[in-house]
Design a protein around this ligand. Structure first.
Ligand code: XIL
Length: 315
């Protein structure tokens, strides 16, 4: 049977989705995920506020279950994420010194990657560390307390703990060459490579909208310059939101963007094509972008949209 998952397998593409842990234990949702995707990422349960709400309490159970369920179904795992400025527990927001900060990073990464050694295909070691306006490092508790080498430190610890997991720097609005953020992100990564930091690849989140056309040329150019550094590229959090109400015109634009992204992923041999949610029934978009919605490949009834059927023809 030719489901999306086997088509992705045939193309050598890691094709997947962010999953709420309840999904993997709901019979309908878990069947859909298993039939369609060969890789999954935890939407929230590995973020620090959930995984480690205080320095001595680790919420392992949901993650253990998730890792086990995905592994049983033969799906690969992306890890998300160690170092971020959002969804931080109070103790991390209140770090005051470089030593304290390094200790939090070190404990977090070694605990997780020791427990799940060999289980993750790739991991977003740091997430969204580049500033939108300047293209330099974002002002965060990590930068304030540790200094500009915090990412280098995190990648080095991760590589030492589990050399088998591919270490990724992930961000949004970093997909185009020739933009302040895109170039700032690239320059930071190039610096890491020059400093000998063990980074394996980059992630473009690709939270897109039908308000703007996809700049295919700037995206391809960007992918190539990371390949020239010897790194991989993954599409890590794809969604294409639409300003409500939906119209046939917006539906067409949305379909074209999803199709183009998939074509580019295949042609450029991108490692992962991961969408940030599969159904509008369960979406982070309306909460974060008021007035927007319908961003995902399945509708609220879990029926595949036209755009998804047409992605199947591309695979
Ligand atoms: C989002 C989740 O989807 C929401 O459920 C949560 O409330 C906030 O975070 N970029 C990221 C993701 O790297 O971790 C975010 O996920 C979406 C934006």
């Amino acid at each position: 049977e030719e489901n999306m998952r086997s088509l992705a397998d045939k193309n050598g593409l890691l094709f997947g989705v962010a999953v709420r842990s309840s999904d993997l234990f709901d019979p309908v949702a878990s069947k859909l995920i298993e039939d369609n995707f060969n890789i999954v990422v935890t939407e929230n349960i590995m973020k620090l506020e959930n995984l480690r709400p205080n320095p001595r309490f680790w919420n392992w159970n949901p993650v253990d279950d998730f890792v086990e369920a995905a592994t049983e179904k033969g799906m690969k795992l992306r890890g998300h994420t160690f170092i971020w400025h959002n969804q931080l527990p109070a103790f991390a927001r209140n770090i005051r010194t470089r030593e304290e900060g390094i200790k939090v990073i070190e404990d977090t990464i070694t605990q997780v990657l020791t427990r799940y050694k060999g289980k993750f295909y790739e991991y977003d070691v740091c997430n969204e560390i580049i500033d939108d306006e300047t293209g330099g490092l974002r002002k965060t508790v990590w930068l304030d307390t540790i200094g500009p080498d915090y990412a280098d430190i995190a990648f080095r610890i991760a590589k030492e703990t589990d050399p088998s997991v591919k270490l990724i720097l992930n961000d949004y609005s970093n997909e185009y060459a020739g933009t302040i953020k895109g170039d700032g992100f690239y320059n930071f990564v190039k610096g890491m490579v020059e400093r000998g930091v063990p980074i394996d690849g980059v992630g473009f989140q690709l939270h897109l909208s039908t308000d703007y056309p996809l700049n295919e040329q700037a995206l391809r150019k960007n992918i190539h310059r990371f390949y020239d550094l010897g790194l991989t590229v993954s599409f890590t959090e794809i969604d294409v939101r639409v300003k409500m109400p939906m119209t046939p015109q917006k539906e067409k634009l949305q379909k074209e963007i999803y199709e183009k992204l998939l074509r580019i992923a295949l042609e450029e041999k991108v490692s992962c094509f991961v969408m940030w949610g599969y159904t509008d029934a369960n979406s982070w978009v309306p909460g974060t972008f008021p007035g927007y919605g319908s961003a995902h490949p399945f509708d609220r009834q879990l029926k595949p949209k036209e755009l998804y059927i047409s992605m199947g023809k591309i695979l």
